[in-house]
Design a protein around this ligand. Sequence first.
Ligand code: SF4
Length: 333
Amino acid sequence: MYDKIKQYFQDNNLPKFRIKQFEDLIFKQFVSSFDDMTTFSKDLREQLNENFNLYSLSLIETEKTKDTIKFMFETEDGDHIESVLMINGKRRTACVSSQIFCAMGCKFCATGAKPFKRNLTGEEIVEQVLFISKYLKKMDERVSNVVYMGMGEPFMNYDNVVESIKIFNDRDKFDIGARHIVVSTCGIIPKIKEFMNLNLQVRLAISLHAANDELRSSLMPVNNQYPLKDLIEVCDEFTKKTNKKVSYEYVLIKGVNDSEKDAKELVQLLEGKLVHVNLIAYNPHEFADFEKPAKSTIINFKNILENNKIESSVRRSMGDEISGACGQLAGKK
Ligand code: SF4
């Protein structure tokens, strides 16, 4: 919409500074409507109201816990998407969705359990962070980090995701440092290559979840097309080219991928590489029959990695009580 509105300003010979004012009102002041744009004349506000909707998403619901707020939006075509704000120390991380559901079919994931609908537009991705920013502004706070870990596989919506990253990173817009933006992919190799050649300095996370092809293919069908060896190879290339550590996300599922043997296989796969492993305890949900491992299993798994010099952390599962945790975003439809 912003591009169309900017075009409208140009077509109607409005002075250039109006576009700058418009961008400030959207990206710095997070106004809710054209009527709030009081720096514009009443006549211009009326024209804008007649010709455009300011936002394509409508915020329909928020759910909060102490450190997590889930935002539910409705799209113009009536679908629902979700984003999550995570509060951690000084960090305010917006976890955004890039698609309406997902076609990748990972067996443990609530988003993948429902039929894929469509890619989100760049604007729909950006608006999730606009609404979260508006929420934070009331507390005099701002979004410090953006992670593409909500609904959808970002690299299956590559162009719109890249467009949104550029807007988040733009100094005149959100001004979020590239190092504070993470794109998480299940491993679409050609797109990882394309992405690293853009040299955006954005960080990359890989949803790994298994350290051998047989297990990974059974959990994540994408592994049949892009097997582990090729995936790790391209991630090594990413690190070499960007000088950035790749994060590997590993959801620990009881009795599936959480044994000592699994941990040792993971060591073998990643040893000697500049990586970080994020261990996440599986968050149970209605769409899959898996269970969370015991705390002692998680600690044991982490110790095996650490003893073999693989840097790792156990990600505190934020938001599972509101279905806003990893792999749980499924919308209401
Ligand atoms: S884990 Fe990611 S890629 Fe896999 S189905 Fe879920 S949203 Fe899609």
